[in-house]
Design a protein around this ligand. Structure first.
Ligand SMILES: [Zn+2]
Length: 600
């Protein structure tokens, strides 16, 4: 990550820091920021040694974070501040420590976060930079400028694909196209990426980047030069925040818009990796409290064996152990503690208990606490396993599992619709195929006694025509979240640049999605004669942001002739709907009876 120039109104800052040195008890400063044409007033700013810091709970900062899709997790009295970016990537600061983490990358700020009058202040420019935003002074104003921060060309079957990321959801248009190059204009973002680079991946030869526009309203033009005759897809985001565009070499199949989900093997650059940063053991009157500090969001699960086996372990998933492994004796009632990297993705905390002691697991924003007490547990009611989430998600869920307020309700989401056709080949359009399969699925589930809501029941956008992918997908999740659904099932049709890939893929993301996805996948494998790629973890927006167990099904590939013939068959679409319905019931059981006020 490149460093950037720290620009400040130097005279003003100098005057303020002198004032601060002389009168430390004075009130906070105010600072006006310009962002996307609007002014945001920070009201709790301090300048120390010419470095600006802003209070975590500053209302203006909260407003800015909300605008870029970031959330803060911090409670008064807590030392750790976690910011989850829209990426999502977890940025973690600790009071008194100039080192901070942006996902797996360690950084050092010129000023350590500090506490003053019960508030925690973070270095402002580092905080913005971590969210791919830069602070630019111009003409007496101070502008928060979103940056285009990544422009990767990846090899893909039949050609290459361009993936771009930035500080805001990217709004891109092809502003000029020729036989050997195209110009893509990203509106509202500036760039400090290299102005020119040779590529040589598939048909893509060179990329030139230049920033135009004004400080207040920048634009970045990206020129992609390629082998003459190269075909390219329309710019798209499909189910992800990232911008993607496919380029296929002359002579191969025409480029289709690639769903981000069509390439689950793409590098997980934006995958956030949590870190286990400390394990703190406190013996206390016959109890032992073990706090495991975790920076970032992570899922965990724990298990304990039946007596006489006295082992207990807790696995933190998608996490790295940032401290040395621990293997040491405990104190009563814990006889041993081991902490180690169990696998590349899992950190395991293992305890040996002295006897059949009670163990309690409580997740929080900055870690998870295990309390082992010498009290003998009631074996009949003792849980053998549990799971939950640490980090930003723990605040909302408080570690409790999701409880559907309407356990009879299943929400079905026909992918795409209206201004967004999804993939298409000839007469076959994804948005219409997903609607057809979803309606069949609705009818089957309704006949079995389920209440069913479709996110759309005709060919339209759920949020608004030509809206952003995020608004559109969030509107679909909102419907399920507001109604307290038991499960959320999104139906899609896949496409790729060439005819090779075929078959069904079932996606999950949250730990709570897995059992649903697996049940649906098993039924698809059993009931349909189709290549089955199994369940795949992928951070797809709709399943990530659904509160309840959710899955996304790519039913078959429009780009494969055999799959296309299946998709054309109404009988096959009915079988697919049947398999999905059976999978939902394998997972959820029979629908609970209608509540008594419905008139029995
Ligand atoms: Zn789709």
């Amino acid at each position: 990550m490149n460093r950037y120039a720290v620009r400040i109104g130097s005279l003003l800052a100098l005057a303020l820091s002198c004032l601060l040195a002389q009168a430390p008890a004075r009130a906070d400063d105010r600072l006006a920021l310009q962002f996307e044409g609007a002014s945001i007033a920070l009201t709790h700013v301090r300048t120390v040694d010419a470095v600006r810091a802003v209070a975590v709970d500053d209302p203006g900062l909260q407003e800015l974070l909300a605008k870029v899709g970031a959330t803060v997790t911090w409670q008064p009295g807590e030392r750790y501040v976690l910011i989850t970016t829209a990426e999502p990537l977890v940025v973690s600061f600790a009071v008194g420590d100039a080192r901070y983490d942006v996902g797996p990358v360690k950084q050092t700020a010129p000023l350590a976060p500090f506490e003053l009058n019960g508030r925690v202040y973070l270095p402002l420019e580092e905080l913005l930079h971590a969210m791919d935003l830069a602070l630019r002074a111009d003409n007496g104003g101070l502008f928060v400028q979103p940056q285009l921060t990544a422009l990767d060309v990846q090899a893909a079957a039949g050609g290459a694909r361009l993936v771009a990321r930035g500080g805001i959801p990217l709004d891109a248009q092809v502003s000029a196209a020729r036989d050997d190059k195209i110009v893509i204009t990203f509106d509202g973002v500036a760039s400090t990426l290299p102005p020119s680079r040779s590529v040589g991946t598939g048909p893509v030869q060179r990329i030139d980047v230049r920033t135009l526009g004004t400080t207040a309203h920048p634009q970045t033009q990206v020129t992609v030069a390629f082998t003459p005759g190269t075909l390219h897809s329309a710019p798209g985001t499909d189910d992800q925040r990232d911008f993607t565009m496919a380029f296929s070499a002359p002579g191969s199949e025409p480029a289709q818009q690639i769903a981000a989900s069509a390439n689950p093997a793409a590098p997980a650059a934006s995958q956030s990796v949590a870190q286990v940063t400390a394990v703190d053991t406190q013996p206390q009157n016959g109890r032992v409290i073990i706090h495991i500090a975790v920076s970032g969001n992570a899922a965990y699960e724990w298990h304990r064996l039946r007596p006489p086996d006295n082992r207990f372990w807790l696995d933190v998933h998608d996490a790295r152990l940032a401290i040395a492994a621990i293997d040491e004796p405990g104190s009563d009632p814990v006889t041993a503690i081991r902490v180690h990297q169990q696998s590349p993705q899992v950190v395991r905390i293992a305890l040996s208990l002295a006897g059949f002691d009670s163990v309690d697991v409580t997740p929080g924003a900055s870690g998870v606490t295990i309390t082992a007490s010498g009290a003998v547990a009631d074996e009949a009611t003792t849980l053998r396993s549990g799971s939950g989430r640490i980090g930003a998600g723990a605040v909302a869920a408080t570690g409790k599992p999701y409880v559907a307020s309407n356990p009879r309700l299943i929400v079905i989401d026909p992918g795409h619709g209206g201004s967004d056709p999804g993939s298409y080949r000839g007469e076959l359009v994804e948005k219409l195929l997903t609607l057809d399969i979803s309606k069949r699925l609705r009818d089957i589930l309704a006949a079995r006694g389920w209440q069913v809501l479709l996110t759309r029941s005709d060919d339209r956008d759920v949020y608004a025509p030509n809206d952003s992918a995020r608004d559109e997908l969030q509107a679909r999740d909102d419907l399920a979240n507001r109604n307290g659904a038991r499960a959320f099932v999104s139906v899609h049709v896949n496409a790729f640049m060439n005819a090779g890939p075929h078959g069904a893929t079932v996606y999950y993301y949250k730990p709570s999605d897995f059992a649903l996805a697996q049940a649906v996948d098993k039924r698809i494998a059993a009931e349909l004669d189709l290549k089955n790629d199994g369940v795949i973890k992928n951070k797809l927006y709709v399943i990530h942001h659904a509160d309840m167990p959710a899955t996304l099904i790519e039913t078959a590939f429009l780009s494969n002739p055999d799959d296309r013939a299946l998709l054309e068959s109404a009988q096959w679409r009915q079988q697919m709907a049947q398999a999905i319905a059976d999978g939902i019931e394998d997972y959820a059981g029979a629908p609970p009876p209608a509540s008594s006020e419905s008139g029995q």
